[in-house]
Design a binder for this molecule. Structure first.
Ligand SMILES: Nc1ncnc2c1ncn2[C@@H]1O[C@H](COP(=O)(O)OP(=O)(O)O)[C@@H](O)[C@H]1O
Ligand SMILES: [Mg+2]
Length: 348
């Protein structure tokens, strides 16, 4: 049985904004699910409805078999960490974390033990007496996390908790959160608009768009088998070529690849790492620029009609600006009417 069950939940704000539109999701105990989508796609609103900070206009939320749709936050077994950590600046770290336990009337000795254990867990052992304004941004977010974890919620809700931190710290903290999550086996929903964050942390990614689920799958499936052009373009880099299918071949200018589907318009989608190049004059494309990243090169290409493509190559010095190349897509997907039409099975 799933620990969290969200069924047909919608949220329309006064004024008419439909933030979430018939959203359903089951999350298994111990799972880490990332809600990924552009700004305004309804991620925070979904999370806030799970935590009880927002009331759905339709649908149900159940946790561990109990319906909680209309319960206030403090009567739900959830803990939420927001993007801007609201720590109390007039209290030290210990008291910030102990606050919720005090409200529950726990004995002082047990509070001390639990706060010290959770400080250790988030890598802040010995920081109890510090005032929160004496902490770095990353340390403050660790305190915010500890404050939620100490209450031992069944579900941890994280809303872009590292968005305000720099890249390196963000990467480190997401690894730490993943470690903690796996040690505690705590069911977690993590909101992010960063694909790297989702790909590196999630057991499952829910790609959201306009308040709806576009696709929900394991990270590698979302990357390799996108069901819509939106998912294909939102996660990783994707080359899109518009063309037509004619007698089993996709055709765009001089580019033509076998595509065994019914005739009609189609969009070909090829990852840069799946697009091989061979020198050819005049060629199907022209090299616009070559960037050497050390580990690989990225060749920026332009087709006759101006379509831009990228190809990842192991030896960038084999290509130079202005040169003609033919394109050999090793693996690709094709879309029509906003749905996946075809995908090559081999991922060479
Ligand atoms: N309290 C609110 N009142 C009115 N509109 C809101 C409110 N909160 C969010 N919205 C709107 O709902 C949509 C989804 O917002 P949100 O869930 O915050 O998206 P995300 O977290 O994906 O950026 C947006 O159009 C946003 O402007
Ligand atoms: Mg948000």
């Amino acid at each position: 049985m799933s620990l969290l069950n969200i069924q047909g939940v919608s949220k329309t704000f006064p004024g008419g904004t439909v933030a979430v539109d018939d959203f359903s999701l089951d999350v298994a105990a111990g799972e880490l699910v990332c809600l990924l989508g552009p700004s305004g796609s309804g991620k925070s609103t979904v999370l806030r409805m799970i935590g009880g900070f927002e009331r759905p206009t339709a649908g149900f939320v159940s946790i561990d078999g109990e319906e909680v749709t209309h319960l206030p936050p403090n009567r739900r077994p959830t803990g939420m960490v927001f993007q801007s950590h609201a720590l109390w600046s007039h209290m030290n770290v210990f008291r910030n974390i102990a606050f919720g336990l005090r409200l529950r009337g726990l004995p002082a000795g047990e509070i001390k033990d639990r706060v010290e254990a959770v400080l250790e867990l988030v890598g802040l052992a010995g920081y109890g007496r510090r005032m929160t304004n004496q902490l770095s941004g990353g340390q403050q977010q660790r305190v915010a996390l500890a404050r939620s974890l100490v209450l031992e919620p069944k579900i941890l809700l994280l809303d872009e908790p590292f968005a305000s931190l720099d890249q390196h710290l963000r990467e480190r903290l997401r690894e730490e959160v993943r470690d903690i999550q796996q040690r505690l086996k705590i069911t977690t929903l993590f909101v992010t608009h960063g694909q790297d964050e989702a790909l590196s942390m999630a057991d499952r990614i829910v790609v959201m768009r306009n308040g709806r689920t576009e696709q929900a799958d394991r990270p590698e499936v979302v990357y390799r088998d996108p069901q819509t052009p939106f998912v294909a373009g939102f996660i990783g880099t994707m080359n899109f070529v518009e063309g037509v299918v004619d007698k089993g071949r996709f055709v765009h200018d001089s580019l033509s690849v076998p595509l065994p589907v019914a005739d009609g318009k189609a969009t070909l989608a090829v990852r840069p790492e799946a697009l091989n190049l061979v020198a050819s004059e005049p060629g199907q494309a022209r090299v616009n620029r070559v960037t050497d990243f050390g580990t690989h090169g990225l060749v920026d290409l332009v087709l006759a009609d101006g379509t831009r493509l990228k190809s990842m190559v192991p030896e960038p010095d084999r290509f130079r600006e202005g040169q003609g190349v033919d394109l050999l897509p090793r693996a690709f997907a094709a879309f029509r009417d906003d749905r996946q039409l075809y995908r090559t099975s081999a991922h060479a």
